[in-house]
Design a protein around this ligand. Structure first.
Ligand SMILES: [Zn+2]
Length: 137
């Protein structure tokens, strides 16, 4: 028993070398407290806007293509226009049923990449389009 106690004491004495110093702790905590920087502008948007964008970006959304293939919760993956699967790309870029709303937000053709990963201003347009089109994504 005494030998075990001594071994334990020895182990404890070795530990301070491996522990995190006070200044390191300060650095780590400061980094965690710092607000997220704009690696991506979506972090500065409202929670609802963020959710919509993430759903459009990932394809994990309530559009027919995902709801039908993944959950069988939509009768068909096809959009109401009947032309294509209802995906984020389809509604943002091509759906003829949303031409009016699309032209209102994007008077000239805009790449999908810009609509989903562009500047804050571009991302705002995308969420405005979703709202004005009455879509639930
Ligand atoms: Zn369509």
């Amino acid at each position: 028993m005494r030998v075990d106690d001594k071994n334990r004491e020895g182990a404890v004495e070795d530990q301070p070398e491996n522990s995190v110093s006070f200044s390191e702790q300060k650095t780590i905590i400061k980094a965690l407290m710092r607000p997220r920087t704009n690696r991506d502008d979506y972090h500065t948007m409202s929670r609802e806007q963020q959710v919509n964008l993430i759903r459009l970006r990932t394809g994990h959304n309530r559009l027919n293509a995902h709801m039908n293939r993944k959950f069988k919760l939509a009768p068909s993956p096809t959009c109401a226009c009947g032309q294509e699967d209802q995906t984020a790309e389809h509604i943002l870029q091509r759906c003829p049923l949303l031409d009016e709303e699309r032209k209102e937000v994007w008077p000239s053709p805009t790449p999908l990449q810009t609509k989903l990963y562009g500047s804050r201003q571009e991302l705002e347009k995308t969420t405005t389009f979703i709202t004005s089109a009455g879509l639930i994504v």
